[in-house]
Design a protein around this ligand. Structure first.
Ligand code: 3PG
Length: 307
């Protein structure tokens, strides 16, 4: 059995060493394809792989067509919008993610970006503090819960909206649930996005929603670029010179944002939320163990596509 790690954005070496230990310890072979620049390299690498570990790497019908021996793809991370689930099901391939394994890393980066933004990107001018400010957590999953935990240490007043999470779970964490996204944005000085990119959420962060934020509002995106209606956010930031936007997922319109909103906009050059040794180890080794469990015992815990 051959397990391929295909990561355009590589894991830390220590995580690859851990993955190798799990895979070779189970008697399988490990192959590595890192920093590839061309889809053909991925086609060539998957053709005899029985299992693949990926990050944000695109697994579409073409890749699945090329992967004749493939039984399982594990997305070492949370969001699996980069995998064509229907095509995987049609090819008889099981798709899993590793929920929660990189959540703390993403949550910590959200705070790194928040502090940077409220301190005016360290330009020397007087900024503001997070203590006492209202933080809105948009979606209360694994990352949202870590954001809430860290926000308590900052002394923030914490609100959350998540249609799929029981309010009691938020209240148990000292978080105030609100009834709608509209209410969250209208209430909070800072909103941190943790929604996945789905048909329902794509383009949903739009002019009308963000315009509800109070004066000097800050929007923090460590989720996905697809959830932002970029055209409308640009228009809103033109109309509202008090608003700031910081993101870990470079917008399609990055150059326009950067040119139009100096001192109010920042994007990391490459998605960095989960790019820590700890998150790489947690998610990478979880992915390797899930593959071994699937190949040896047929365990399908964390499967995300239909059979
Ligand atoms: C995730 O969905 O787990 C995060 O967005 C991290 O993605 P990455 O592995 O591409 O950094």
């Amino acid at each position: 059995m051959k397990v391929l790690v295909a990561t355009e954005k590589p894991f830390a070496k220590v995580a690859v060493d851990g993955i190798r230990k799990e895979i070779e310890g189970a008697g399988y072979e490990l192959a590595l394809l890192e920093k590839y620049t061309d889809k053909q390299q991925l086609f060539d690498a998957v053709k005899d792989a029985n299992a693949v570990i990926i990050r944000s790497d695109i697994i579409d019908k073409e890749v699945l067509d090329a992967a004749k021996e493939l039984k399982i793809v594990v997305r070492a991370g949370a969001g699996y919008d980069n995998v064509d689930l229907e095509a995987a099901t049609a090819h008889g391939v099981c798709v899993m993610n590793t929920p929660g394994q990189n959540s703390n890393a993403v949550a910590e980066l959200a705070f790194g970006m928040m502090v940077m933004a409220v301190r005016n990107f360290y330009d020397g001018k007087s900024g503001t503090e997070l203590k006492g400010k209202k933080l809105g957590i948009h979606a209360y999953g694994n990352v949202g819960r870590n954001v809430a935990r860290i926000a308590k240490g900052f002394g923030m007043d914490i609100y959350a909206y998540d249609a799929y999470c029981p309010k009691e779970a938020m209240e148990a964490d000292g978080v105030k649930p609100v009834d709608s996204a509209e209410e969250l944005y209208a209430t909070c000085n800072v909103v941190s996005l943790h929604i996945p990119a789905t048909a329902e959420t794509k383009n949903s962060i739009n002019y009308a929603l963000v315009n509800r934020m109070p004066k000097n509002g800050l929007l923090v995106n460590t989720a996905r670029k697809e959830v932002i209606n970029e055209t409308e956010l640009i228009k809103l930031m033109e109309d509202r010179p008090d608003l700031k936007y910081v993101t870990d997922i470079m917008p399609v319109a990055n150059e326009e944002f950067a040119a139009k909103f100096p001192g109010r906009y920042f994007s990391t050059p490459k998605k960095m939320g989960a790019q820590t040794a700890e998150a790489n180890i947690n998610a990478g080794i979880a992915a390797a163990r899930q593959i071994v469990g699937f190949l040896k015992d047929g365990c399908e815990k964390f499967r995300v596509n239909k059979k």
